[in-house]
Design a protein around this ligand. Sequence first.
Ligand SMILES: Nc1ncnc2c1ncn2[C@@H]1O[C@H](COP(=O)(O)OP(=O)(O)O)[C@@H](O)[C@H]1O
Ligand SMILES: [Mg+2]
Length: 255
Amino acid sequence: MDRLIVDDVALVYATSRGPLTALEGLDFRVRDGEFVSVLGPSGCGKSTLLKLASGLIMPTRGRLTLAGQVVTGPRPDVGIVFQQPTLLPWRRVIDNVLVPIRAMGRDVKAYRDKARELLELVGLKGFEDHYPHELSGGMQQRVGIARGLIHDPAMLLMDEPFAALDAMTRETMMDEIQRIWSTTGKSVLFITHSIPEAVYLSDRVLVMSPRPGRVIEELAIDLPRPRTVATLDDPRFVALASHLRAQFRPKEDMP
Ligand SMILES: Nc1ncnc2c1ncn2[C@@H]1O[C@H](COP(=O)(O)OP(=O)(O)O)[C@@H](O)[C@H]1O
Ligand SMILES: [Mg+2]
């Protein structure tokens, strides 16, 4: 079944210098339990797409449908992980994870154990009572991931969650995301500008054009799972990545 349907979506921003078309004719689907990455150059509308899917902004044309319902605002069956962890500095790690629960007006106490479990899942056991400034950037980003999962959303939206991380933390995080995805069965829409990240994690990679963004290619990633460091040397991995890389030449700023 389809979890997310993006149906001929356009998004035009009103700016001081007139209308700016960020997305035009954007069309794709994410099936239940599927891991889909969206790959595209900076400024092509990736974050705009994430804001639309999370119901934070409304499309100018077209529509987005989640679990059969048109998206008209933020919903409890969606979890969001932003590019920056945006933690509340005055709240302890565990209370940051519980922010969506508080925002939804649910009983925070009933979710404390779940928050602890998630912090363990993202490798932060023992840091529950720390404050954000006591954590590294990578650890803060993992708090952001736990926060995105706290209400057990069927669909997880992630906007370049590893962009601010160093290469080694990034590799660890890719494996954590793969593990979380494979153990929870969630649908994931993963936005990135990193080709290796997209190929490593995805069932399918969607390539977006420069602004106004739309999907210009769809690539199935049929590499066996679980994917490991050995996958990175698999000739099929290399071929898929170099195929995608060719889409972005000559102006390429991939890691
Ligand atoms: N709130 C906004 N108001 C006006 N223009 C915006 C706004 N947000 C993004 N844009 C513009 O829309 C385009 C797409 O932005 P964005 O979705 O952030 O791209 P990406 O995430 O792919 O880098 C860019 O040209 C950006 O300047
Ligand atoms: Mg962005």
